[in-house]
Unconditional design. Sequence first.
Length: 156
Amino acid sequence: MNIGDIAPDYLGVNEKGEEIRLSAYRGKKVALYFYPKDNTSGCTAQACNLRDNYTELRKAGYEVIGVSVDNEKSHQKFIEKNQLPFTLVADTDKRLVQQFGVWGEKSMYGKKYMGTFRTTFIVDKEGKIERIIGPKEVKTKNHSAQILNGTGTTAQ
């Protein structure tokens, strides 16, 4: 997905097994954030930063939706443990991460593996991608400020 593309309507199922569609959020901007794994340090820092600033994000017209390849049960535990006020999509079949181009080869300690590149897509009120905060840009401990301040790549 690139800036200017219409984001897919169907995102998948959330932690409660409910279908999540972007069309349900028309009229709001959506911060659709992809993250590698529930209950890891960076992902927890990012989710908690979004939680702590959720009211401010909502006042600015944003809704937050997280996506990882973890299952519904893992998302439920992550939400409960960290008291997250937003929904998490369980992309267990990796359809969405591939559709958005955020699934690929990563490397840690010289070991290569497949995983999710931490990326946030800002979707406008009509469902079009207006901004992307890429893997090298995302600051997990200050991510809500990045969303609110317009950080990332935008259309020229």
